[in-house]
Structure formats: structure tokens, C-alpha cells
Design a protein around this ligand. Structure first.
Ligand SMILES: [Zn+2]
Length: 191
């Protein structure tokens, strides 16, 4: 039976894996949260992830992407695994420490007209995926979709192209640091 045969089974697997962590986290969006989805933890067991990769790839087969683009550690693994299954190439982006902007790692490039599928592990506000879609547009590529392992379902996200999400996590939070109850209690940020 596929782990993705129903959402409850997928969620149970995610919880069993320890990928859903509790603490005091600073998210990529700059917001603070008491729960964190460390998707990379799922990828420790590549065989267990097989169904996840297949499912996400299937949802974009019809778009025939030429390139699958991801960012950071989890996004790179997703991009590689989906590109392999879709017969596409890979492009990896990284956030520069000072600029807080994503750009393609040197050696990767997009040709004009390339059909690009953007992938990411989880999004709170859609910020990273939006920046990746923007990289595609600036290179005169065609963003054909965005595939996400999870969202938190707390912000409406419009990425301007077809978006597929495998899992909407419940009970996630994200607040402005100024309003963060954990900051107010003086709890240090988790690693
Ligand atoms: Zn905080």
C-alpha cells in the first residue's frame, strides 16, 4: 500500500519520522513558529520516500517540464528525484547570506523557453517558491508549475502558476517576531 494512499497515512508517516519538530523556530519568511517541518528528515530513508517522489512527479507529467528547479538541501533532493522521474534536467538555487535573494548556483543555467517546474519542501508565505518562479521568468523560461510537499494552510498562497501540494499540515503557526509569545518568554531560538 502506498504511503500516499490517503492523507492520514501520509501524516502518520511524517509524524513517525520525527520531521515535525517542536521548539522556537525562525522560518525562511522571517516569521517565528513553535512547530517546524524538517522535510529533509524524511529524505534520510530514500526508499520510504519513493511514493512521495512518484506522486509529486505524476502530478506534473502532463506539463512535460524540461527542468526541475529547487533550492537549499531539501529542495535540491526533491528537484533531483523529480527530474529523474520526469526525464528533465535539474537546476539548483541558493540564498546568498547577505542579499537574502535566491540565485542559481554557478554551473546551472536556464535557456530561454525552458519549461521549468519549481519544487519546495514546505512554504509558509510562498516566499521561496515565488523567488524561484521569478528566476525562471527573468531567464525567459516558462514556469509550468510549483510542487510542494507541504503547506501550513494558514496563508492564501498564489504563485501565479499551477500549484500542487501533497499535504496541508494542521496546527502549524507563524507569527511576526514582535508578536511571538516564545520570544516574550525569553526562549532562545532552536537550532
Ligand atoms: Zn520568537
Amino acid at each position: 500500500m502506498s504511503v500516499l494512499s490517503d492523507t492520514a497515512a501520509l501524516l502518520a508517516w511524517v509524524e513517525r519520522s520525527g520531521a515535525l519538530q517542536k521548539g522556537h523556530f525562525k522560518l525562511a519568511s522571517g516569521l517565528h513558529a513553535s512547530r517546524f517541518f524538517r522535510c529533509i528528515k524524511l529524505f534520510q530513508d530514500p526508499n520510504a520516500c519513493e511514493a512521495l517522489f512518484v506522486e509529486l512527479a505524476c502530478r506534473f507529467q502532463a506539463q512535460s517540464p524540461d527542468v526541475v528547479m529547487g533550492a537549499n538541501e531539501a529542495g535540491s533532493i526533491l528537484a533531483f528525484e523529480l527530474a529523474r522521474r520526469l526525464g528533465a534536467e535539474v537546476a539548483i538555487a541558493r540564498q546568498s547570506q547577505d542579499e537574502q535573494r535566491y540565485r542559481l548556483i554557478e554551473g546551472f543555467e536556464l535557456v530561454p523557453g525552458a519549461r521549468v517546474l519549481v519544487v519546495d519542501d514546505i512554504t509558509t508565505t510562498g516566499g521561496t517558491a515565488k523567488q524561484l518562479v521569478e528566476i525562471v521568468r527573468q531567464a525567459n523560461g516558462i514556469p509550468v508549475g510549483v510542487g510542494l510537499v507541504a503547506t501550513k494552510g494558514i496563508f492564501a498562497i498564489d504563485l501565479g502558476c499551477p500549484t500542487e501540494v501533497l499535504l496541508e499540515l494542521q496546527g502549524m503557526d507563524a507569527v511576526d517576531p514582535q508578536d511571538c509569545p516564545l520570544c516574550q518568554q525569553g526562549i532562545p531560538l532552536s537550532g
